[in-house]
Design a protein around this ligand. Structure first.
Ligand SMILES: CCC[C@@H]1NC[C@@H](O)[C@H](O)[C@H]1C(=O)O
Length: 598
């Protein structure tokens, strides 16, 4: 069911997008399966795919709809496709899906931010119209990621209660493809690079659905530079490799041919960027040179789109990040659509790729209790074994999908879980051990530590190759006139980390202040543009004193939608840009700083 290869077209492979208008119907009483909705929706409406119903409706109960809902679309399959294996590939379905073809169940998937495909060949009527139906569910629990719970309102409606700070958008929010693939096919390939003596050795491991030989060819600007024919695993070596880096995102083309009895039966081509990433002492090295990460925690989030993929938004975000002088972002708090990574490879951005392990703390204000006994003891609950299984499945799917992108430099296995209890350490010790077996390039593994999980109490930093801090001194604590105390709080914590002599890099993966683009205050006040500037200047003045700080990823790239609450004005307003991607004053401060920072 996993589908790590992005669809391409060549003489062996064909695909077509199934985006557009689908039929849609909510199923609040979960009667659809009994009433045959997998064959015919009783009273559907039009729904765009990719898209999310929550951003399109004018009715609150639809916006917050929680439970089962159905999508359905008819499509024609000509008989000349009979020789091919047919699949439908979903870029994602949030949070879980069950797929039917002409009424027959053909597969299901848990996890709302990674692709999967279902084989449909055996259920297709050729030269006829066929029907795909998807049963989706968007409920939250402590047995899946992202975590949350739900309540039943007085009117009987379910209401999702996220343990995370972004709107629980759901549905088919990424591209959907119809795939026509060869019977014998390449299903994935993994690459690792070794650089030495001005040579690059590219070790490959090809996965396929049949035993076969493989011919692997590397091209530099259309010129063949290396070639090998082997079973699944071998290597290629090239002299004077042109390495990939943010300042020079150079790519080669790799072509893999699958041979049966000497005859090519499948072919997959991709762009690859030769580079290495490693941690040496308290530095992050790219191609053996220390790098400093400048950029953002982001979200897939935009007006009307919700989290639906849209290449205009992707392009605009990259243009803004180039303009401001950023070189990195974290895919907070879930793996983004594949197109984000393709642009990063091309434009030379670095990505900390994050699995949707957010909300493993039973309250987004858990950080207020992290240093006292009011902790929720999240990892002591009986649902943890189920949670761990899903967490591991999604780590594997994320790494299988993204391991070839040169832009991906690290894996984030958690965002702000409970992290000061022995049981949290026991849980994540297993998670890290599982994940470390999966990446052929052995990139660094990390996770972000919630406000309060500091040097005296945190249990998870020993598992991390570099330490990621989400800190809000001057906002959630010591805000406004108390910012004078916030400076000392931040310095005291960093002194505490320094005294542990971890000899590891640290990256600030979140720090920020909610700011209304309409607010100017003299003297500055919280929520004003002037305060956001003062807040960041305080952090930057302090960062200079700690050489182990190797990155500053501010929170957040843009204002984004959350659940409603007394601390949210239309959502989270910590953006450097507004939700419609216009700069706040702070954007010009960061541009000046980042274009000078090498
Ligand atoms: C102290 C927790 C901060 C929190 N961290 C996770 C993000 O997803 C939230 O948006 C951010 C915030 O509240 O701004």
């Amino acid at each position: 069911m996993e589908s790590a290869l992005y669809p391409i077209q060549n003489k062996y492979r064909f695909n077509t997008l199934m985006n557009g208008t689908w039929q849609f119907e909510t199923d609040p009483n979960s009667v659809g399966l009994d009433e045959g909705w997998n064959k015919e929706l009783p009273d559907p409406e039009e729904m765009p795919v990719p898209g999310t119903f929550a951003e399109l409706t004018t009715k609150r109960d639809r916006k917050y709809y929680t439970g089962d809902f159905w999508y359905q679309k008819d499509f024609f399959i000509p008989s000349f496709l009979k020789k091919k294996e047919l699949y439908i590939r979903f870029g994602s379905v949030t949070h879980r899906a069950k797929v039917f073809i002409n009424g027959h169940e053909v597969g299901q998937h848990e996890g709302g931010f990674l692709p999967f495909q279902v084989k449909i060949s055996n259920y297709i009527n050729y030269d006829q119209t066929n029907r795909v139906t998807v049963l989706v569910n968007n409920e939250l629990s402590e047995k899946a990621i992202p975590c949350g719970t739900e309540e039943i309102l007085d009117n009987g409606q379910k209401l999702a209660q996220p343990y995370f700070d972004f709107f629980n958008y759901s549905g088919i929010m990424r591209n959907v493809w119809l795939l026509a693939l060869p019977q014998s096919q390449i299903t994935n390939f993994k690459l690792n690079y070794q650089l030495a003596n001005n040579k690059a050795t590219i070790t490959y491991n090809i996965e396929a659905n049949n035993n076969a030989e493989f011919k692997v060819t590397l091209f530099d600007n259309q010129k063949e530079v290396a070639c090998a024919t082997s079973k699944n695993t071998s290597s290629l070596t090239i002299k004077n490799p042109h390495l990939w880096s943010p300042n020079d995102p150079y790519s080669y083309k790799i072509k893999i041919e699958m041979l049966e009895d000497g005859k090519t039966v499948d072919e997959y081509t991709d762009k690859i960027g030769i580079r290495t990433v490693k941690i040496v002492n308290d530095k992050i090295l790219l191609n053996n040179h220390p790098i400093y990460l400048k950029g953002f925690g982001k979200h897939e989030d935009f007006n009307v789109l919700g989290k639906a993929v849209n290449e205009s938004i992707i392009k605009r975000d990259y243009e803004c990040m180039k303009w401001i002088g950023a070189n990195c972002f974290r895919s907070s708090h879930y793996p983004y659509a594949e197109e984000w990574y393709q642009y990063a490879d091309k434009y030379g951005f670095l990505i900390i790729d994050e699995v949707p392990a957010v909300g493993l703390n039973r309250s987004i204000t858990n950080f207020l209790n992290v240093t006292n006994s009011n902790q929720s003891h999240f990892f002591a609950s009986k649902t943890v074994p189920e949670l761990k299984k899903v967490h591991e499945q999604e780590i594997k799917e994320m790494i299988d999908r993204d391991q070839r992108h040169p832009s991906v430099i690290a894996w984030s296995l958690f965002n702000e879980p409970e992290s000061t209890t022995q049981e949290s350490y026991d849980y994540f010790k297993d998670i890290f051990a599982f994940a470390r077996k999966l990446d052929p390039q052995n990139r660094p593994y990390t996770g972000t530590l919630v406000m309060g999980s500091g040097p005296k109490v945190d249990k998870l930093h020993p598992l991390c190759d570099f330490v990621c801090l989400n800190r809000y001194y001057g906002w959630y604590v010591a805000g406004g006139p108390e910012i004078v105390n916030a400076k000392k709080m931040l310095e005291d914590e960093l002194d505490g980390w320094q005294n542990l002599k971890l000899n590891k890099p640290f990256v600030f993966t979140e720090f920020g202040a909610d700011t209304l683009s309409s607010s100017h205050r003299l003297p500055d006040e919280m929520w004003s543009q002037e305060y956001q500037n003062e807040y960041y200047q305080m952090y930057f003045d302090i960062f200079k004193k700690y050489p182990f700080i190797c990155g500053e990823l501010v929170w957040n790239f843009a204002d984004f939608k959350t659940s409603e609450g007394i601390m949210r004005v239309g959502g989270n307003d910590k953006g450097i840009f507004t939700r419609d991607r216009e700069p706040k004053d702070i954007a010009f401060t960061l541009k000046k700083r980042w274009q000078q920072l090498n």
